[in-house]
Design a protein around this ligand. Structure first.
Ligand code: NAG
Ligand code: NAG
Ligand code: NAG
Ligand code: NAG
Ligand code: NAG
Length: 579
């Protein structure tokens, strides 16, 4: 990858610009190949794992002035949307480049691939390797997937987004697979066999690579595709205007940028009222016409959107109990690194590969765990589900009703006798809720700065669903702000328990999936897992817990999944007491 070497081997007769072009292309090929060989769906090895000590990424020839100026292209996108360059530390600037490189997705060769040449799950198949063997619990199972297009020809390039699970319906058991893209139309999926019995394999194409090109374009070029609105009121006068992160400044605007975090937010200025008269924040709507006719054919239910791929041989293996003694697992403690697979269901109970989960099947067991504690649930509606679960399950926990608009919060519930307080609050904009008062629009980072912390303080955070329509840069910046506040909180009060819940998968409808889809969320989730890897927090891996489960995907997972999420959450707070 050394520029000098490339230069020396070139004949001098090539015109200068052609030569430069070739050098650039060579560098690009080298860089992308190296990257691809080191990354799979779940992780990147190599220098990527060292971002904290990583100085400037050497992606460009450093003697070129133009290149130095654009050293942080990810920042340019943010700065154009109102973020201030000065608010980033040097490490944060570098980290953004680094994370974007980590989640780089292979491009299909042409942006205008005809549908006939795009991935067709019905022509494609998977094959279990060595399916005739007898497997034992603890073994790896490998599956090859071969993709074909609609005309029945093998695909020659990768970039399809797949989800895969093994499962045994009679045992309500399930776990996810790790997908490796060979970039030639074939994919390998690794599973770990965790239970004995007849174990089935299911593979589904979530989006063909051709659809992902479209999703990428829409995500990155149309940050205005979802818009928001605010109401302004003074006396009897009310006005509504449109709001967003990247608002074209062709009209006068109100600048609601948060001074502490630097998170920008704008609304068009009302005609009569001042900006200070803003009373709420709400979802506005979705832009139409983002897809060209041909492109919409890459998003067809039952054809190439979230569609099962069939096996070309048996779709199951037989797994026997292992004579090898399973490693005995210890208590769950925060700071454990996330592995994949992080766990599996057995009899509808989520088990972790790293530690023992305790089951909180009775209200008393939860009350014992939470006694004397304040629980802060911060984020989107998928953590509000935790609030709702606790509120319903604990008879002595009483919710204050402030008459807030249904579902928007904030909520507080208390059990005075047991000194338990549970609070829920949504994260700051962008958030597609129906009606949040301006006064309740708090950024998680600022909220954390107001929490004293300590051993009776529990904080659970989830933030992802409302960011999947924005460029990933926006999400990275939000997490940097949250992480900074977490690190400060843990420095002043190291006993504070902080739990990060990851994203979960959802049902995909054709029209809606160009806005909210699993591929965008998968990218966000990879960023989250990476950014909080070395922080002393615990994870609840909702991503794997929703792919591994037998229930259909749903943005709001069903109670049995929430119950398991709560079990993982509480296992970090109140692990098994080893006898
Ligand atoms: C990375 O930085 C940390 C803390 O700044 C330090 O302890 C560690 O030794 C560094 N690692 C390398 C490979 O330089
Ligand atoms: C942002 O600031 C850094 C450090 O001052 C500087 O090196 C970089 O060129 C700036 N980037 C942009 C896009 O202004
Ligand atoms: C793609 O590459 C893998 C690994 O080298 C190989 O096993 C597979 O057969 C190849 N697939 C195609 C379609 O060439
Ligand atoms: C898949 O499993 C094989 C065999 O156990 C292992 O060598 C390989 O590293 C695994 N790949 C991933 C991406 O986990
Ligand atoms: C919005 O306000 C912030 C904070 O005062 C300021 O730094 C930024 O330049 C303003 N942005 C615009 C577009 O006016």
């Amino acid at each position: 990858m050394n520029e000098q070497d490339t230069k020396a081997s070139l004949p001098f007769s090539i015109p200068r610009f052609l030569f430069l072009l070739m050098v650039l292309i060579t560098l690009l090929i080298l860089i992308t190949n190296i990257h691809r060989s080191e990354c799979n769906y779940y992780s990147c090895s190599g220098p990527a794992s060292n971002w904290k000590n990583f100085s400037d990424p050497k992606l460009y020839p450093s003697n070129n002035q133009q290149m130095v100026m654009n050293n942080f292209p990810w920042l340019v996108k943010l700065i154009n949307c109102g973020y201030r360059n000065e608010s980033f530390t040097a490490v944060e600037r570098t980290e953004g480049m680094f994370l974007l490189k980590m989640i780089e997705w292979p491009n299909s060769p042409g942006t205008r691939t005809p549908v006939l040449k795009s991935t067709d799950p019905s022509h494609s198949h998977f094959l279990i390797l060595n399916s005739q063997n007898t497997f034992h619990v603890g073994d790896q199972l490998q599956v090859m997937v071969h993709m074909y297009d609609f005309s029945g020809h093998p695909k020659q390039y990768g970039g399809d987004y797949l989800q895969a699970r093994i499962h045994t319906p009679e045992l309500k058991a399930g776990s996810v697979g790790t997908v490796v893209d060979y970039l030639n139309g074939s994919y390998k999926i690794n599973f770990t066999l965790f239970w004995s019995g007849k174990v089935k394999v299911s593979v589904s194409l979530v989006h063909p690579s051709e659809a992902i090109q479209v999703l990428k374009r829409i995500r990155d070029e149309r940050p205005d595709k979802v818009y928001f609105q605010s109401k302004f009121r003074s006396g009897t006068t009310t006005e509504k205007t449109q709001c967003n992160l990247c608002l074209p400044d062709d009209l006068p605007i109100c600048n609601f940028t948060d001074l502490k975090t630097g998170e920008p937010w704008f609304c068009y200025k009302p005609k009569k009222l001042p900006c200070s008269a803003r009373v709420n924040h709400a979802r506005g709507g979705y832009q139409n016409g983002l897809l060209m006719t041909e492109e919409s054919r890459f998003f067809q239910s039952k054809v190439n959107l979230q569609k099962t791929i069939l096996p070309s041989g048996p779709d199951y293996v037989t797994v026997e109990a292992s004579s090898r003694a399973g490693a005995s697992l210890g208590q769950c403690v925060r700071g454990m690194s996330l592995t994949s697979p992080s766990g599996f269901y057995y009899k509808d109970q989520w088990m972790l590969t790293q530690c023992n989960i305790r089951r909180f099947n009775t209200p008393t067991s939860i009350i014992d765990c939470l006694q004397g504690k304040v629980v802060h649930l911060l984020g989107d509606s998928t953590i509000r589900q935790w609030f709702e679960y606790l509120d319903e399950f604990l008879p002595d926990l009483t919710k204050f009703d402030f008459g807030e608009t249904k579902k928007n919060g904030p909520y507080t519930a208390v059990d005075i006798a047991n000194k338990i307080m549970v609070k829920y609050r949504c994260h700051g904009p962008p958030i597609e809720f129906s009606d949040v008062s301006s006064q309740h629009l708090h950024y998680i980072a600022n909220e954390l700065d107001e929490i004293r912390g300590g051993k009776n303080s529990v904080i659970a955070i989830t933030i992802w669903a409302h960011f999947s329509t924005f460029p990933v840069e926006v999400y990275i910046r939000r997490l940097q702000n949250i992480r900074r506040s977490i690190v400060q909180l843990l420095n002043r009060s190291p006993d504070t328990q902080i739990i990060m819940k990851t994203a979960n998968v959802r049902a995909l409808k054709p029209e809606h999936s160009i806005f909210h889809n699993d591929w965008n969320c998968f990218q966000l989730d990879s960023v989250l897992k990476k950014m909080f890897k070395d922080i002393n927090v615990a994870f609840v891996d909702a991503w794997e817990m929703t792919i591994a489960h037998y229930l259909p995907h749903d943005i709001h997972p069903k109670p049995i999944i929430i119950k398991n999420e709560i079990d993982v959450f509480l296992s970090y707070l109140c692990p098994f007491k080893n006898a």
